[in-house]
Design a protein. Structure first.
Length: 395
């Protein structure tokens, strides 16, 4: 029963321009998650490690960073655990590829010609580990954007193996996007569910999506491992690698996929009912209670707010910033409809209120709550302007 560790999208050396002074700390978090993945591979005594693209955030990395990453691969080689890597779309296999500039196998310290560290390229599309009964295949393009689906070449390789009487487990590695008709059809590298099914692979290890996803197409089990640590701070499905088991009993093959956490960063979305808030200070107190230096908090105030509630979310974010890795507060609450008696229909206030109330009810009935909220706010401001133009400043 061969056991694999599958990871992707480590993005070592990411710049994180949006994090300012915290960028260096997040880069270190990403390396630590990568190291914990290697630790897990050693602890679990897996047979093979797959790194499905974007180990590096770009092809422009200092040598010391590549040496540091390769040293972790060397820890696997010392324990005779083989690793197979493919370039991604950030560290793509173009003429300036980091995999052309540096020899990761040599830098890892793996014995020459041991096959313990293998980078699949446009000229080396597969590697067989016959002692494990596993063949790993990929289709790597010499440019960032693929000229065709990578699955066609993998299907041909699997078919040729079967015709030759091969019994190895057939494992594919692809860095790209599974097309979702009507929702997501285009990317640098794309393939369809039908192509996955036609490949007849036993397992398809995927990279490019930073959140964990798994599925089955035909006889092929596929999975995105997601990033071991968040790359962008809104990726709540990141933070793990996958342990993959290949088991055959009574002629039946079964693939199991088990996510294991390795990332530190936590992501939490929180909705707070505006109706229960009396002041900004109360909201600040609630969020302060959640303070955690590893937490990315996305808080959203929703519902109908009290007319006296005045929120300044930018000010609140500044007050909370030191307690979180990142905090975002959004005010999506809506103003209550005026309950006062309607002015006569032949007056401007009366006509305005009747028109807006009709449109608000219409949008709420259709489920368009975002547009209904905009109309509520417009009505509130309109009535304030009519009552006293000096109370509202239009930007």
């Amino acid at each position: 029963m061969p056991r694999l560790l599958h990871m992707a999208d480590v993005h070592l050396g990411a710049r994180h321009d949006d994090l300012g002074p915290a960028a260096a700390a997040q880069r270190e978090r990403q390396f630590e998650a990568y190291k914990r993945a290697i630790d897990l591979a050693l602890a679990e005594k897996v047979d093979l490690v797959l790194i499905c693209g974007d180990l590096f955030d770009s092809n422009s990395q200092p040598k010391r960073s590549v040496e540091r990453a390769a040293a972790e691969l060397g820890r696997l080689a010392q324990r005779h655990i083989a690793v197979v890597l493919i370039p991604g779309t950030h560290d793509c296999y173009d003429t300036a590829s980091i995999y052309r500039v540096f020899d990761l196998a040599e830098m890892s310290g793996a014995p020459p010609d041991s096959g313990l560290v293998t980078v699949l390229t446009d000229t080396k599309s597969s590697v067989a580990f016959d002692e494990l009964g596993v063949t790993v295949r990929s289709k790597v393009f010499p440019t960032k954007r693929a000229s065709e689906s990578p699955l066609g070449a993998l299907a041909i390789g699997v078919q040729e193996s079967a015709q030759g009487g091969g019994r190895n487990w057939q494992v594919g590695m692809v860095h790209g996007s599974l097309a979702v008709p009507g929702r997501f059809d285009a990317d640098d590298v794309t393939f369809t569910e039908q192509e996955v099914a036609a490949s007849n692979l036993d397992y398809l290890a995927l990279g490019h999506w930073h959140s964990f996803r798994e599925g089955r197409a035909g006889r092929t089990v596929w999975a995105y491992s997601g990033a071991p640590e968040m790359v962008a701070l809104d990726q709540d499905g990141a933070g793990q690698i996958l342990l993959v088991g290949l088991e055959e009993r009574d002629g039946q093959r079964r693939v199991t996929v088990e996510p294991r956490p390795v990332g530190r960063t936590q992501f939490r979305k929180l909705e707070i009912d505006a109706a229960g808030l009396a002041s900004q200070a109360q909201l600040g107190g609630q969020l302060t209670d959640l303070a955690n230096p590893d937490l990315v908090l996305d808080a959203r105030v929703v519902g109908v707010r009290n007319e006296d509630l005045d929120l300044n979310v930018e000010e609140l974010e500044r007050q909370l910033a030191s307690g979180f890795l990142r905090v975002r507060v959004r005010d999506a609450s809506i103003a209550p409809l005026a309950e006062a008696q309607l002015a006569p229909a032949d007056t401007i206030p009366g006509a305005l209120m009747r028109d807006f109330r009709t449109r608000i009810v219409d949008h709420e009935t259709r489920g368009d709550t975002e547009r209904a909220a905009e109309l509520r706010e417009a009505l509130r401001l309109g009535m304030l302007l009519l009552d006293d133009p000096t109370r509202v400043t239009l930007a």
